[in-house]
Design a protein around this ligand. Structure first.
Ligand code: ATP
Length: 240
């Protein structure tokens, strides 16, 4: 069973349809880009997939679990990094790692080992005792991502993870995403940066709650006779 499966997944707020019968599957270890203009319905769809919002109709399975009836199992199988991250600015780097390790149910020994690995990987051993609030934004993002996959989830959901940082830092962040995907984690990522869409294995583009296109960046560019993903995106967004 693929790690994410949706069939006609729909969310209505009153008469307004925020997510309109979306159907797609994400493959194991894939980096799946979930694109759409502001208000297209991406966050709503992602929240349903993370077990945080009940769908109005349709079906969805995440890590093999039903998002209606097995939300706790869904939550245990995934990592989630929100737009605002989830780190505590008034706790140190080490305290944040320990805190999330505890929430994810890791043992003290596992937390100790993971902390050492993570600090070394990010090259921030010296900053372990520093308050997260004092770290540069790019470091916070990398730490936030590392914390989201601390418990080795099958799938990680990233909601606009690279907002506000420079292109070099974004590129480094994407190296981390590739590394996670190579180790078997399935990555579901929303972004506004079209150069990042090119880094994804496949991309879906949402317009007004519906998925208007879904394919590899190369296939999408060929189909829409576009040089860049930005051109593909503009054609779809304008064509409505
Ligand atoms: N709780 C809610 N009640 C009513 N309308 C909502 C609610 N949540 C979202 N919406 C509406 O649903 C639509 C889709 O919102 P959503 O946040 O999913 O879009 P998005 O694609 O994630 O946009 P952004 O890129 O700005 O985060 C928007 O028009 C929004 O106003």
């Amino acid at each position: 069973m693929n790690p994410i499966i949706t069939r006609s997944l729909t969310k209505k707020f009153g008469n307004f349809i925020a997510t309109n019968a979306i159907t797609f599957e994400v493959l194991p270890g894939e980096i799946f880009g979930f694109l759409g203009a502001n208000g297209a319905g991406k966050t709503t769809a992602m929240r349903m997939l993370c077990g945080l919002l009940k769908p109005s109709s349709g079906e969805a399975f995440v890590a093999g679990y039903n998002v209606y009836t097995q939300t706790e199992k869904v939550k245990k199988s995934i990592g989630y990094m929100s737009q605002r991250f989830s780190l505590y600015e008034d706790l140190t780097v080490k305290e944040n790692i320990r805190f999330y390790g505890g929430i994810y149910g890791l043992s003290n020994q596992q937390i100790k080992d993971k902390t050492a690995q993570l600090l070394q990987k990010l090259g921030i051993e010296k900053e372990a005792g520093q308050l997260v609030g004092a770290l540069p934004l790019g470091w916070k993002q990398k730490l936030s991502f590392s914390v989201a996959i601390l418990h080795d989830p099958a799938i990680v959901f990233l909601d606009e993870p690279t907002g506000g940082v420079d292109p070099v830092t974004r590129r480094q962040f994407w190296d981390m995403i590739y590394e996670a995907a190579n180790s078997g984690v399935t990555v579901f990522v929303t972004t506004h940066y079209m150069d990042e869409a090119e880094y994804c294995n496949r991309v879906s583009i949402m317009v007004d709650g519906k998925i208007e296109a879904l394919d590899t960046p190369v296939a999408l560019k060929s189909h829409y006779q576009a040089d860049t993903m930005n051109d593909v995106f503009l054609q779809l967004a304008r064509g409505k």
